[in-house]
Design a protein around this ligand. Sequence first.
Ligand code: ARG
Ligand code: ZN
Ligand code: CA
Length: 240
Amino acid sequence: PDGTILIPVVVNVLYRTTAENISLTQIQSQIDILNKDFNGLNAEFGDTTFGAVKAVVGIRFELKNVVRKSTTRTSWGTNDAMKSVASGGIAASTPDSVLNIWVVGALSGGVIGYAQFPGGAPATDGVVIVDDCFGNTGTATAPFNKGRTATHEVGHFLNLRHIWGDANCGTDFVNDTPPHNTSNFGCPSYPHRSTCAGTPIEMTMNFMDYTDDACMHMFTQGQKTRMLATFLTGGGRAGF
Ligand code: ARG
Ligand code: ZN
Ligand code: CA
């Protein structure tokens, strides 16, 4: 499949404060960013750095529904409690054919988002993001105020690994992303070389690194291939 995939999205908002009950405008701003980032329509896409491998992924996102629920919890763990009514959360809507996003006030340990890879339990499928790192308006706060946390998490949802492979010079199972020593933060200046074999220039602007929202802007062709493979039979996302 290429350029034809539609991902319906349900956003589940768990709020304690009025501010955490984010506006539809903030929610739609995030959907718009996903549509830009996955279709080569983001403002930075014309940047020629790594231009040969940069990819238009070709996935469209459509907001289908917003579910809201108040909670007394100030913070959630990464144990999926927000995905179950029994633990005060909101149950996933038809997770085999819908991307569920839970927006919460905070995650413990300063985590700003997490995702489930393809092949996991349907009830916990989807991504979780804190409200101040969601979209680009309302409660969105720098340096995570350009919606790239969702772009990164949807990358995981579609089977992408961190670009450094979660190890020193580890692998992300993608050939056209260079090895990195580790995660990068902030806004590294170009070129930043790794000390891995061949001392390649690290792709710090890849959505699967940990740089600031303003400093990440691309997926590669290899990442595109890996993501699109999930939509084939047995790929874990064939229901879309
Ligand atoms: N720490 C999160 C994760 O590993 C996401 C980080 C996203 N980075 C960003 N600049 N928004 O899934
Ligand atoms: Zn990640
Ligand atoms: Ca790689």
